[in-house]
Design a protein around this ligand. Structure first.
Ligand code: SAM
Length: 468
């Protein structure tokens, strides 16, 4: 089967909408590249299979578990299947082995990862199946899809990478045929909030002298990532710079999917009996932690996990959910035994465990740097138990400057020894830069601290002498 015909049957060119334009050609690797200039994933910078320990047999076992939860859907024969964010094929191979289909289009934003995926499919699938499979590099933010052209859209861990996943869902709803379904496995916000609570305790231990050696910085950087994701959830400015952009709450995803044109959404935990230590072991590998630091960290997480055990058991938590989005109210649904809806009071229980909102503020200016044009720049950091969006300097000589508080400053922990009221977790995402501005040196300046909830607090901070 002509692979361009498979691609053109489902997609148009994101530039011109054409079906057979100059971009609709396959590279020598057999991949049609429909990405735009700014389409990029940071995952291209790593050896994905090595970092995530991608193993074909484990992939098959896990896919069998996912498929078992799909109820009657698992037995359906599909005309056209599209996989989004296939990556190096962890799920593509078992997906294409397990389901019956006429044609399949395997896609990812990264032509490089798709080439690895294609090579795996070439060595595992029978030639008769292979010739009905095409590959296209595309960016989920810019898809030009043909209406009513697809029966199953599958995505494992991709939606949370897409900046505007709401319009993507609307595009998918439009490309699906009447009884079409979209199946996604995506990370769960509450699991990661709970993980943050656990790790918060480990950070307190780091403050208290726990030593992870050279890996301390990596652990703190990871925490920074989790805290920042929690603090700036939905902040477009911030998300644009993150590779992992979203963590999902079922109710929210259901509302977005319904607004996008789906009529029914079911969700169940993707894994069963998952523990935080298990998940954390994966993160340790991802962070490249040594075996000693990994062991120490997992030990500490296990202790904290024990304390949270009643909550975990009650919620049957999983770091990811399996979501099935339907275009029509067709009979059949997810295997009912798998349902385990999170209870609303858990969020409150978690909040009670998380750092409290003390509104304590501590602000430092580390450096006042002269710039070549005669102006200067202030570099500092802020610790507050409330998310801070930006700081604004208003000098009595008329100098003003505003800086976003987005930068990772994992070195702040060492300053916090004298500030026990500020929970360590609250202070991680805290760096800012102000300038360029014209500012005559004086001992102190006043900063307005604009919190994410709209509150503004004024603090006086000491200015270091300008670096000569
Ligand atoms: C967490 S990986 C999952 C890969 C694969 N499905 C798996 O389970 O191993 C996320 C995948 O989404 C892809 N991706 C990231 N941003 C994307 C975008 N905007 N559009 C399409 N794919 C994207 C990445 O290249 C990567 O392959």
């Amino acid at each position: 089967m002509d692979s361009i015909a498979i691609v053109a049957g489902v997609l148009g060119c994101p530039r011109c909408g054409g079906a057979r334009c100059a971009h609709m050609v396959a590279s020598p690797e057999g991949i049609v590249d429909l990405t735009l200039e700014d389409s990029r994933t940071a995952l291209d910078d790593i050896d994905y299979d090595a970092v995530y320990d991608v193993d074909p047999e484990r992939g098959r076992g896990y896919f069998t578990h996912l498929r078992a939860q799909l109820g009657s859907l698992a037995e359906r024969r599909f005309d056209t299947i599209v996989e989004l964010g296939a990556g190096t094929g962890y799920m593509s191979v078992p997906l294409l082995e397990a389901f019956e289909f006429e044609r399949a289009l395997i896609t990812d934003i990264s032509p490089r990862m798709l080439a690895v995926c294609r090579a795996k499919i070439a060595t595992t699938l029978a030639p008769e199946r292979r010739r009905r499979i095409a590959f296209a590099a595309l960016d989920g933010n810019h898809i030009h899809a043909r209406a009513d052209s697809v029966d199953l859209v599958f995505g494992h861990g991709v939606l949370h990478h897409v900046f505007d996943y709401e319009p993507l869902l609307a595009t998918i709803a439009g490309m699906l045929r009447e009884d079409g379904v979209a199946v996604f496995v995506e990370p769960v916000l509450r699991f990661h909030q709970a993980l943050l609570v656990l790790l918060g305790r480990v950070v307190e231990e780091l403050r208290g002298g726990l030593d992870l050696g050279a890996d301390t910085t990596r652990v703190l950087a990871f925490l920074q990532h989790l805290v920042a994701g929690e603090r700036f959830r939905g902040d477009r400015d911030f998300l644009a710079r993150m590779e992992d952009k979203h963590l999902f709450v079922r109710e929210e995803l259901h509302a977005v999917a319904c607004a996008a044109g789906f009529v029914a959404v079911d969700s169940v935990p993707a894994y069963r009996g998952e523990t935080f230590t298990w998940k954390m072991r994966g993160y340790c590998a991802e962070l490249g932690l040594g075996s000693e630091a990994t062991g120490t960290l997992l030990e500490r997480v296990a202790v904290a996990q024990h304390e949270l055990a009643p909550l975990l058991e009650r919620e049957c938590w999983s770091s990811a959910d399996l979501h099935v989005l339907r275009c029509a109210r067709t009979p059949g649904g997810l295997a009912p035994a798998c349902f385990a809806w999170t209870r609303p009071d858990t969020a409150a229980e978690l909040r009670a465990l998380a750092p409290v909102d003390t509104r304590a503020l501590a602000c430092w200016i580390d450096a006042l740097r002269p710039l070549p044009d005669g102006r200067c720049e202030l570099v500092g950091w802020i610790a507050a138990s409330v998310p801070v969006r930006h700081v604004r300097l208003a000098g009595d000589d008329g100098a003003t400057a505003t800086g976003q508080v987005h930068e990772a400053r994992i070195d702040v922990l060492r300053h916090l020894g004298s500030q026990p009221r500020i929970p360590a977790l609250a202070a991680l995402c805290s760096g800012f830069r102000l300038g360029p501005l014209t500012l005559a040196w004086r001992a102190r300046v006043t900063l307005e601290v604009h919190c994410i909830d709209g509150a503004i607090t004024t603090v006086e901070v000491a200015l270091p002498r300008p670096a000569s």
